[in-house]
Design a protein around this ligand. Structure first.
Ligand SMILES: CC(C)(COP(=O)(O)OP(=O)(O)OC[C@H]1O[C@@H](n2cnc3c(N)ncnc32)[C@H](O)[C@@H]1O)[C@@H](O)C(=O)NCCC(=O)NCCS
Ligand SMILES: Nc1ncnc2c1ncn2[C@@H]1O[C@H](COP(=O)(O)OP(=O)(O)OP(=O)(O)O)[C@@H](O)[C@H]1O
Length: 203
């Protein structure tokens, strides 16, 4: 059986940055955001359900889901967010489970699941260990505003729709503090991988 590590954090906390470092070590990473995007493509069951709940007004002229519009609805409305989660999350779980099974069949020793809502969605049963990418709220908001070109209000709505990272710190098996430089983050990741017996200590 493959060892499954759940990589988590919050929006713009640095999961993709850490996930790139893992891929450079030839470790397979399954990305829940990518699976969530695939699950709502035209023709998928979740696509029809989203139109049922959010109406045809949620579509772009090319009939794909208008992600910006959907985001501006669900990050400001907990009820609507719950409705979307109930449609998309079961599909994401199915897709990730299928990929873990494939990794097992291919006798991969290690697979990483990058899941932003690992703790909120109570998905820890899917993984053996949890690795949190932490940043202070102020750093998180700043990086989110810059990366997504969002106002402070929009960035806060997104951050507030998730469990505070300070709470996640106390439940994760290991924590990377990503407030500093990329180099410092890489060093912390390497130390954790060595501690977990995944990577050899090069002297
Ligand atoms: C609202 C949507 C359309 C916005 O799309 P957009 O392309 O702008 O953002 P993207 O999907 O890349 O998500 C960026 C980040 O937002 C955060 N986020 C996304 N959905 C949620 C949610 N339902 N609750 C809290 N945070 C969320 C995550 O940290 C994620 O990494 C999209 O995020 C979505 O369909 N969300 C529901 C599915 C979901 O929960 N995905 C997250 C992992 S399964
Ligand atoms: N240590 C760092 N120093 C400076 N900028 C950083 C650092 N780590 C990440 N960033 C930047 O912060 C932003 C968020 O990082 P990243 O995309 O890795 O986060 P994420 O957790 O994957 O976000 P999301 O889940 O929302 O897609 C990016 O623009 C990234 O380049």
């Amino acid at each position: 059986m493959s060892l499954v590590i759940g990589l988590t954090g919050g929006i713009a906390s640095g999961k993709s940055t850490v996930s790139t470092m893992l891929k450079e070590l030839d470790i397979s990473v399954i990305d829940a955001d990518v699976e969530a995007r695939l699950a709502v493509q035209k023709g998928e069951p979740a696509y029809a359900k989203i139109i049922e709940v959010f109406s045809h007004g949620i579509l772009l002229p090319n009939e794909e889901i208008d992600r910006q519009k959907l985001g501006s609805i669900i990050f400001h409305n907990a009820e609507k967010r719950k409705l979307l989660n109930e449609i998309v999350h079961p599909e994401v779980r199915k897709r990730m489970t299928r990929q873990i099974e494939e990794a097992n069949q291919n006798q991969e020793e290690l697979v990483v699941l990058d899941i932003p809502l690992l703790f909120e969605s109570k998905l820890t049963y899917m993984v053996d260990k949890t690795l949190l990418v932490y940043v202070d709220r102020s750093v998180q908001l700043q990086r989110l505003m810059e990366r997504n070109n969002l106002s402070a209000l929009e960035a806060e709505a997104r951050v507030n729709s998730q469990m505070p990272l300070s709470e996640k710190v106390s439940i994760a098996d290991a924590v990377i503090n990503n407030n500093g430089s990329i180099k410092e983050t890489k060093k912390q990741l390497n130390d954790i991988l060595i501690q977990w017996g995944i990577k050899k200590n090069k002297r």
